[in-house]
Design a protein around this ligand. Structure first.
Ligand SMILES: CC(=O)N[C@H]1[C@@H](OP(=O)(O)OP(=O)(O)OC[C@H]2O[C@@H](n3ccc(=O)[nH]c3=O)[C@H](O)[C@@H]2O)O[C@H](CO)[C@@H](O)[C@@H]1O[C@H](C)C(=O)N[C@@H](C)C(=O)N[C@H](CCC(=O)O)C(=O)O
Ligand SMILES: Nc1ncnc2c1ncn2[C@@H]1O[C@H](COP(=O)(O)OP(=O)(O)OP(=O)(O)O)[C@@H](O)[C@H]1O
Length: 488
């Protein structure tokens, strides 16, 4: 492909001479490790390293042109200086892969919580009704039925454009994180439907304020196709605000919520049997989901409205969501031999924890024992709220280790002790070893108690614990020494 056709739309490219413009480009790389002969190397000044330092390495490996932000001269290959390398990468990748999102029915999902769950429910509803569907998100990427590992919720623009181009499926669902939006990972991608689940306190290690976090999430809706539509849960302050702003811009907003001004109105939610009555135009529909909790009912409703806009009939969607099998690590529960229930969930915000603990209570838990920790290097400001929620809602909570990332173990244990002293209460214990915390809870549980283990969900442990188990589910199986069937 000729360089000139890849860099159209990037500022500052008018000065490029015709010899450079006519260079043939064989591929694109944003990592010097992935450069081959004839590639463009895009140098990104990242959070850990400056990609400009690897330009010479990229040239040695065969890069025929370099794109970067720094003032650089004297290279042996042409250098194109741009204002923003990540944005330029998105523009180039989009051109290289032939603007693939234009040829698909694209669905983007954003929000603090519920992206993964909603995307799986929607994929299930679409596939149950004969629509092939790719999924790009936190747990894994699924393209043409093939599972591929995912390292980020939203991959880099280069990977994302390639995945969409590889997809032969009719629909592509993409989980879009605020990191992805602020880092131009969806540059050049347009969506038929953009979904907003909610906004809750998280990621304030990355965003300076909630307002900045909100404004970043809102960027997704700039990626709507001309006749694209928004689906917004307005039962939270940010969703309500978003719906108003989008309506003000003339965007077709399908709002979901309890108040009468919503397009799809929740009339009555029965937590005991996970059903909801919704008013949808002139009709009232009853929707059942096997997933517990009102939060999962919202996820189900957003998926329902999306599937309807894709063109499925109400009845067929209602039928398919009723037999959804759940998502790994999202309120997965099993029964212990003593009659207690144990739940593994990915909750890592105060709001999500509250949903899990109250769901257990609403289901008649005798006592709720909550096991959780805090991720090293992640938003410190949400820790107090997480503790306040559990100390107010659970009957017993155990603070334990989660991923340490770069934080020394002794420092994290001290943090757990200090936070518990400051914001916890007499219901709290600190058992640093996560596997022993689970053991303690199981040994101290009684019939009808619910043990809720949050934070890790589907993920495997990053560090070693006393037991050589790999995940929360694995630890539960070890202690109960029997095969359990997990269900949502
Ligand atoms: C903090 C952050 O967001 N980092 C993301 C960012 O990495 P970076 O560009 O800063 O990487 P870097 O290590 O500083 O390297 C800079 C550049 O030098 C290049 N390099 C580096 C070494 C070398 O030898 N040669 C070379 O060319 C690298 O390829 C890169 O282009 O861009 C990468 C490519 O898009 C991302 O994979 C990476 O995500 C990291 C792994 C990450 O953990 N991000 C988290 C915070 C994140 O994005 N999370 C959200 C979900 C949040 C949620 O909702 O829970 C997500 O979408 O995943
Ligand atoms: N609609 C919702 N509202 C509030 N909390 C939710 C909602 N849906 C799920 N949760 C909680 O958030 C946790 C993570 O859910 P899910 O993986 O679907 O969200 P996500 O947006 O993909 O999260 P992440 O971006 O961290 O991967 C769940 O385990 C549950 O505790």
């Amino acid at each position: 492909m000729k360089l000139k056709s890849l860099i159209e739309g990037i500022n500052n490219t008018s000065k490029i001479d015709s010899e450079t413009a006519n260079l043939t480009v064989t591929g694109i790389a944003d990592s010097s490790d992935n450069v081959s002969q004839g590639y463009i190397f895009v140098a990104i000044n990242g959070f850990n390293q400056d990609g400009h330092q690897f330009i010479l390495k990229a040239i040695e490996k065969g890069a025929c042109v370099i794109v970067g932000e720094s003032e650089i001269t004297g290279l042996t290959v042409p250098y194109i200086k741009v204002e923003n390398s990540r944005k330029a990468l998105g523009i180039i990748a989009n051109k290289f892969y032939g603007n693939p999102s234009n040829q698909k029915l694209m669905i983007g999902i954003t929000g603090t919580n519920g992206k993964t769950t909603t995307s799986y429910i929607l994929k299930h509803a679409l596939e149950s009704n004969g629509k092939s569907c790719s999924l790009i998100g936190t747990i894994q990427n699924v393209i043409n039925g093939q599972v591929k590992m995912s390292t980020n919720t939203t991959p880099s623009s280069l990977d994302l454009q390639r995945l969409i181009a590889e997809s032969k499926d009719e629909v592509v669902i993409v989980e879009v994180s605020s990191h992805g939006l602020s880092q131009y990972r969806v540059q050049g991608i347009t969506f038929d439907l953009c979904l907003f689940t909610n906004l809750e306190h998280d990621h304030l290690d990355y965003h300076p304020t909630m307002e900045d976090y909100f404004q970043t999430k809102m960027l997704l809706f700039d990626h709507l196709k001309e006749d694209g539509q928004a689906i917004v849960n307005t039962d939270n302050h940010w969703g309500k605000r978003l719906a108003k702003i989008l309506q003000g811009k003339g965007i077709n907003v399908n709002s979901i919520g309890q108040s009468s001004d919503n397009k799809v109105r929740i009339l009555y939610f029965n937590f005991k049997n996970s059903t909801v009555f919704v008013e949808d135009g002139d009709e009232v529909n009853l929707i059942f989901s096997p997933m517990h909790g009102i939060h999962n009912m919202y996820n189900t409703l957003i998926a329902y409205v999306s599937a309807r806009l894709v063109g499925l009939s109400e009845d067929s969607i209602i039928e398919s969501v009723s037999n959804f099998q759940g998502v790994e690590g999202r309120f997965e529960k099993t029964k212990l031999s003593n009659g207690a229930i144990i739940v593994v969930d990915y909750a890592h915000t105060a709001e999500a924890i509250l949903h899990c603990l109250t769901t257990a209570k609403l289901f008649g838990a005798n006592r709720v024992i909550h096991i959780f920790g805090f991720r090293g290097d992640r938003d410190h400001t949400k820790r107090q709220e997480m503790l306040t929620v559990t100390s107010g809602t659970s009957d017993q909570y155990i603070l334990t280790l989660d991923d340490l990332n770069s934080v020394p173990q002794s420092e994290m244990i001290e943090t757990l002790e200090n936070l518990n002293t400051l914001y916890g209460n007499e219901k709290g214990l600190v058992i640093p070893d996560r596997t022993l915390a689970i053991k303690w809870a199981i040994e101290h549980s009684n019939p009808e108690d619910w043990i809720i283990i949050t934070g890790k969900g589907h993920e495997t442990y990053q560090q070693n614990y006393r037991l050589q188990t790999e995940s929360d589910k694995d630890t539960v199986l070890y202690f109960t020494k029997k095969k359990h069937s997990w269900s949502s």
